[in-house]
Write a protein that binds this ligand. Sequence first.
Ligand code: ATP
Length: 330
Amino acid sequence: MNMNVVEASGLGKRYGSTWALRDCSLAIPAGHVTALVGPNGAGKTTLLNLAVGLATPSAGGVTVLGGRPPGSPVALDGIAFVAQDVPLYKNLSGADLLHLTRNLSRRFDQAYAETRLAELGIPLKRKAGRLSGGQQSQLALTLALARRPRLLVLDEPVAMLDPVARHDFMALVLTAAVDDGVSVLLSSHVLAELERVADYLVLLSRGQVQMVGEVDDLLASHRVLTGPAAEADRFTERPVVHVRRAEAQAHLLVRAGVDDPVPPGWESHPVGLEELALAYLREPGAAALPGPTLPGPTLPGPTLAGPTLPGSGVAGPARGRHAEHSEVAK
Ligand code: ATP
């Protein structure tokens, strides 16, 4: 499975004078559950729409499933997309939607879809418009997975779901990834949920890639150092991504590995994905900090004309490698 499911080079999308996405260069290898994270308006939906062929680039290019143009027959056949507003024909019943999707798909697993909807307690006869928002999301995901895609693209799939439904939804996504080898690319603001499922991260900020790489590598190259607040401003041992102060103590998220020395009076702790992502979201300029090189995926040089540096998980002028607990406000 040595291919990139999405590869962008200098990709940009402009609406009038506004760049929704700019100089986006990245490669997402197959076999991952990739979290696409960024503040409101960062360009996540724009990137997903470009990848599935619902929008055309204003600059650069993007390919999918190992070099195929978005919207090509192979891409249409191999990619299932659930858009942010869960577009379903509201007057059609679940059974009608299954029938319609089956007729539009080369492979459609009817038994899987029926079993899954029965497990969820979603009546096949009820019109989609009379299902709850969460049930509509589940129906859309079921239709997408029954198409047996190689790449599943989900734009904020859990926004409408209650905590239990959210958990179940992500469990199903993870099952598809692990058992069926489906690559998943999903945007979400629910960092805690992503932390459970994602093993690859793309962080966008103001239309540009700020960080990209395997989650394990990104986590291994950051630590939280806790020490006296009075010393935080004078801390120069490691590049500091973000400083959080709590009375007499400061918590510094720094670029460092587990074996890097810790200054006297300071303690070093591992970092979680949520904490890492939040720190970078709070410090949009942090990607430019210097740091050690990430053992990330080998990205083809010529396609990386943009800000993401080959072998580096962090985008920016310096090669560098590279998260507090909550939901990023929408
Ligand atoms: P959110 O988290 O709020 O869903 P996002 O990261 O998905 O945000 P996009 O929807 O991709 O962000 O939008 C990126 C930028 O492009 C925003 O400034 C948005 O206003 C602008 N934009 C997106 N679509 C259009 C459009 N059709 N016409 C004009 N501007 C647009």
